[in-house]
Design a protein around this ligand. Structure first.
Ligand SMILES: [Zn+2]
Length: 205
C-alpha cells in the first residue's frame, strides 16, 4: 500500500515536472479531479512537520458565492473562488521577507511559514513546503490541456496556486501561490483574534 501511494505521488510530481512549467497558471473548477488524499499528504510531510490536531482547523468552511463576494475583494474572489491567477511580480506578499505565518485569505487557516519561503524568480510567493500536512489539499488539474497539481485550502476549498517539483532542497517542491490568496500574520501576533478561532468561543462553562 505504501509503495502504491509513493508511486502515485511520484507520478503526480513527474507529470507536473515533465511540462517544465514555471508559472502558476490558472484553472477552472470543472477540471479539478483525482484529489490526492490526506493520507498521501500526511505521508509526504510526516517527519518534516508536526501534524496539527486542533479540531477547529479541520472543520470545513462552506459559504455561498454571494457570501464570498461580500467578504473578498474582486481580485481575491476571482483567484480564490474562480481559480484565477494574479499577474506575476504584482502581489503584495511576493517579496515579503518578514517572519510569520501565511494564512488563507478566505478563511484564515494557516498554510505556509516564512521559514519555508524562498525567492523562486517566478513572480509569485514560493514555498518549498506547506506549514503542516493539513492546511492544503492537492488535486490534479487538467485544465488548458495541461497536467498540473492544483493547491487548495483544505478548510474552505479556495484555490491558492499550483505545486511543481522544481523547488529547492530539502523537498524539491515549489508551491507557487497567489499573493492575493494569502494574508500574513507577523510572528508574535498569534494571540490576536484569529478568524479561525471564532467558532470555538462558545464553549459551555
Ligand atoms: Zn481557506
Amino acid at each position: 500500500m505504501k509503495d502504491y501511494l509513493s508511486i502515485l505521488i511520484v507520478g503526480t510530481v513527474l507529470g507536473a515536472s515533465w511540462l517544465g512549467l514555471s508559472g502558476c497558471g490558472s484553472s477552472t473548477a470543472d477540471d479539478r479531479t483525482d484529489a490526492i488524499s490526506a493520507v498521501e499528504l500526511d505521508e509526504r510531510w510526516s517527519g518534516i512537520t508536526a501534524d496539527r490536531k486542533d479540531p477547529d482547523m479541520t472543520k470545513k468552511v462552506v459559504k455561498s458565492d454571494a457570501e464570498w463576494r461580500a467578504e473578498l475583494t474582486p481580485e481575491q474572489y476571482h483567484i480564490l473562488r474562480e481559480g484565477g491567477t494574479e499577474r506575476a511580480f504584482t502581489g503584495a506578499l511576493y517579496q515579503n521577507k518578514d517572519t510569520g505565518t501565511y494564512l488563507c485569505a478566505a478563511c484564515g487557516q494557516e498554510l505556509f511559514a516564512s521559514d519555508h519561503k524562498y525567492e523562486s524568480g517566478s513572480g509569485w510567493p514560493s514555498f518549498y513546503q506547506p506549514a503542516n500536512g493539513r492546511g492544503i489539499d492537492e488535486k490534479v488539474d487538467r485544465s488548458f490541456g495541461m497536467h498540473r497539481t492544483e493547491v487548495t485550502c483544505s478548510r474552505c476549498d479556495s484555490h491558492l496556486g499550483h505545486v511543481f517539483d522544481d523547488g529547492p532542497q530539502p523537498t524539491g517542491q515549489r508551491y507557487c501561490i497567489n499573493s492575493a490568496a494569502l494574508s500574513f500574520r507577523e510572528a508574535g501576533e498569534e494571540s490576536k483574534t484569529d478568524p479561525a478561532a471564532e467558532d470555538s468561543a462558545d464553549n459551555p462553562s
